[in-house]
Design a protein around this ligand. Structure first.
Ligand code: SAM
Ligand code: SF4
Length: 465
């Protein structure tokens, strides 16, 4: 077992804090929500108290506060990305996942570099600019070099209007030296989900392979940051254990990263268990999270770590995704496939996918829907390309200055999408939204937005500030 400090993810403390804060009265909750409105985050006790809210009036106040914080920091922006599964080979035995080693009922595939390039072309032709590379924990004969080669392949594909401008990565935990090479390959965020922070549950659902070592996984973001990767993403697979415990454990993980590196994670993902081929636990989660609790989780995270992005994938239905935009979600995947080769082949919910999808709509439809709700789909990759990552990003984000960059960049990258890829109906909705948004802006942000959007109209791609 990999060594980590004995008090890292302190389960006893989590139970104690949950116990002590389990029945807060209304005035206590209002006090916590008032503190959350200051956008400086919340402590463990505050978070524990919010998890116990069930009264509809209090829930409504929680959701309203989360909405206000989300709008103040992120405005109406929603960053768009697509996952790219390059291989479903895996040596691990995660009971909830279709890719687990002993599952004989899926077709195994490892995409060749040529095949990856074709997948990337298909994604670029839809309008994507951000890709999340995903793989099982087993690589072909070239080993981890396969992942590095794949990242290079993705960045090398250029089409008439597009290219992928940021590759984020969700692959198994690496050694520090490997993280260094991953950093050199030019990735954006490295993300890894602990799945469950509850050690006993972790052992029960991970029956084979390297993933059995809880500590190796839990400490992987420390190794990544030591290796110089500034932007890291964390997550929990909701449904495996009590969500209240998981949120508090995640707060401990974040606090530990902040204490050591001065900055916490760039993103939090909130996957909920979805059915997966041959997985009993995926269809019958031991701790099912209801829709209302799921919304509560998003709202609490938004208040607890206001400057950390929250990612919502297509595991969730279009309806749930829509509902959580207002509560704090800042990034969504769209038009996703979870089977290697799924974009070029245009397969929908292939049984060889990792899990079933809740939202099958193509990118253009998601964009139109999001824009009709007044949200601005952003394909911006400026921060990472200008070196605004890790602490630099947080320094910029915290005083709200990011709005001077993000709002104009979101509009110009959205305009680029509308001009190069959108259907007429989507372009109409989107162009109106861009105009209305600019009309509501003022000062430097407006000047920048107008200038960038005009440049795109004049035929320039990839303009940002
Ligand atoms: N294999 C690597 C790993 O396990 O970390 C990286 C990629 S794994 C394919 C990505 C994530 O998918 C996992 O961390 C897990 O949270 C999620 N996942 C697996 N099975 C799932 C299911 N049935 N429903 C929802 N999410 C699932
Ligand atoms: Fe393999 Fe990741 Fe699936 Fe576990 S979750 S079986 S490690 S692909």
């Amino acid at each position: 077992m990999y060594n980590v400090p004995a008090d890292f993810i302190n389960e006893q403390k989590i139970w104690e804090v949950l116990e002590t804060n389990q029945n807060p009265d209304f005035s206590k909750i209002r006090e916590i929500l008032a503190k959350a409105s200051e956008m400086k985050g919340l402590n463990l006790a505050d978070v524990a108290a919010l998890t116990s809210i069930s009264d509809p009036e209090m829930l409504a106040e929680l959701f309203n506060t989360a909405n206000e914080v989300k709008e103040t920091i992120y405005g109406k922006r929603l960053v768009i990305f697509a996952p790219l599964y390059i291989s479903n080979l895996c040596e691990n035995e995660c009971l909830y996942c279709a890719f687990r080693a002993t599952n004989k009922d899926i077709v195994r595939s490892v995409l060749s570099q040529e095949h990856i390039a074709n997948e990337v072309k298909a994604l670029i032709n839809q309008g994507h600019k951000r890709v999340l590379l995903v793989a099982g924990e087993s690589y072909p004969k070239e080993g981890f070099q396969y992942v590095l080669d794949s990242i290079k392949t993705i960045y090398d594909v250029k089409t008439e209007h597009g290219e992928v401008r940021r590759v984020n990565v969700n692959v198994a935990p690496l050694k520090t030296e490997e993280f260094k090479t991953l950093k050199e390959s030019g990735i954006g965020t490295y993300q890894i989900f602990q799945e469950t922070y509850h050690r006993e549950t972790y052992s029960k659902v991970h029956l084979g392979g390297k993933k059995r070592d809880y500590n190796w996984r839990a400490w992987s973001l420390h190794r990544a940051m030591e290796a110089g990767i500034d932007d890291v993403g964390i997550g929990v697979l909701f449904g495996l254990f009590d969500y209240r415990f998981e949120i508090l454990a995640m707060m401990q993980h974040i606090a530990e990263l902040e204490a050591k590196f001065g900055v916490g994670p760039h993103t939090i993902s909130v996957p909920r268990l979805e059915p997966a081929t041959n997985s009993d636990i995926a269809s019958h989660p031991p701790f099912p999270v209801s829709n209302i609790d799921f919304r509560k989780i998003v709202a609490i995270l938004r208040l607890a770590v206001p400057y950390t992005g929250i990612i919502m994938s297509t595991r969730e239905t279009a309806k749930m995704r829509r509902e959580t935009f207002a509560l704090g979600v800042s990034q969504i995947s769209a038009g996703s496939r979870t089977n290697p080769g799924g974009y070029e082949e245009e397969t929908e919910d292939d049984p060889s996918g990792q899990f079933s999808l809740g939202d099958h709509r193509p990118l253009d439809e998601v964009i139109r829907d999001v824009a009709s709700m007044g949200y601005i789909p952003s394909f911006c990759t400026a921060c990472y390309r200008l070196g605004r990552t890790g602490q630099d990003f947080m320094d910029l984000a915290k005083p709200g200055d990011i709005k001077l960059h993000c709002a104009p960049n979101a509009l110009s990258s959205f305009k680029e999408y509308l001009q190069n890829y959108a259907t007429n109906g989507t372009a109409e909705v989107g162009n109106k939204l861009i105009q209305n948004t600019i009309n509501d802006m003022s000062g430097l942000a407006r000047q920048r937005a107008e200038k960038l959007v005009k440049r795109v109209e004049a035929g320039r791609d990839d303009v940002y500030c």
